[in-house]
Write a protein that binds this ligand. Sequence first.
Ligand code: NAP
Length: 372
Amino acid sequence: MRHLTPTRLPQRALTRLGRSVPALAAGCWPIAGPCRNGGVDVGWAPIDDDTASRALRTAWQAGVRLFDTADVYGHGNGECRLGVLVAEVPRDQILISSKTGYDARDGHPYKPHRMRRQLRGSLTRLGTDHLDIYAFHSGDFGKEDEYLDAAVDQMRQFQRDGVIRAIGMRAPHEFAVEWTTEPGSAGGRSARRFLHLFDRIRPDVIAVRHNLLSPTYQPGETTIFDLARQHQVDVLIKQVLAQGLLVHHHGIGPLFGPGDHRQRHHWFSPLGRRIIWDESEQIRTRFGNTPADLARVAIGYALATSHDAVALIGFRNADQITTNTSVVTSLTSEDIAVLEAVGRQIRSRLDKAFGIAHTSGRKEPTTREEPS
Ligand SMILES: NC(=O)c1ccc[n+]([C@@H]2O[C@H](COP(=O)([O-])OP(=O)(O)OC[C@H]3O[C@@H](n4cnc5c(N)ncnc54)[C@H](OP(=O)(O)O)[C@@H]3O)[C@@H](O)[C@H]2O)c1
């Protein structure tokens, strides 16, 4: 078995913000607890305020300096909980990222007056006078993009007013520029839509899902990381642990607590978790089989393959933060090749098990866009 040595958190430059931060950042969605939005569970099982505060303080003490949340996480609860830490630490030593665009409770969230209200609410809950990153959380700008121009203008006004520093947006889970020429495929449609919004919004930061189960690309394909580099846009990666799937600490038995959105997704079903468990044997044999071993390897893999992105890692308690901040950066190219081969095999079996259709080699999306 390979013995991987934890190292200090490596630093990454966020060029648009003119700041360097540790490569590992705190994803504060899971500590926001349950949330129903538009009639759908989009949160996580409840945790109490003390557990959330202890975890956030542990993150700060471990050197984490970027904290990511959103107005819809727990419908403000996530921002309130992060606000407790913000009140305890020097504001200029942390970066706060929040988002808007999913709160479905009062008309379209990208109407400018709603954006102004949402931002005021976020600043109050967080106890700050500015956000370092404020992101368009959703790509739904109304019928025929009726709110797109006004929403982008409003974001730029926030930036001019100094209440936000950088503008963010999310990228598709699977993307290559070359797919835009594929007229009939879902991948082509999604890539064209993203590039249209990217061109209109001209973000400073994009958020991308990236983990062991992410697709691998053909030589010559321009990935989201390539695109970001070409435009000198900073990248945050998310779901590095596949929301816990890569850590196996739930085993393959009973499902998640009440309000946990993961209950709705195929990959978290007992069958999905059984496939991932079976196919990961090589990883457990090579790197160790505790949740901590597996979390560190998944984080090490994501950092090694994401071209200097900052990783937002979700957590539910202080122990998870302590484990996750013991980052491993000593993976060899052979380790990476092993991990990628296992990742491909898991995806292929999951796709077969859950009947995912492919068009021009691209996966047809099966779920509607939701906050993440
Ligand atoms: N900037 C943006 O536009 C944007 C967009 C989307 C998401 N995000 C951010 O990305 C963050 C990360 O994504 P995510 O939270 O969905 O997924 P994730 O980081 O892949 O998974 C987080 C979950 O994994 C489990 N876990 C974490 N560390 C563990 C450990 N050491 N041992 C065992 N289990 C562990 C915990 O769940 P359990 O213990 O409950 O299993 C935790 O809630 C989000 O929190 C959010 O802040 C940002």
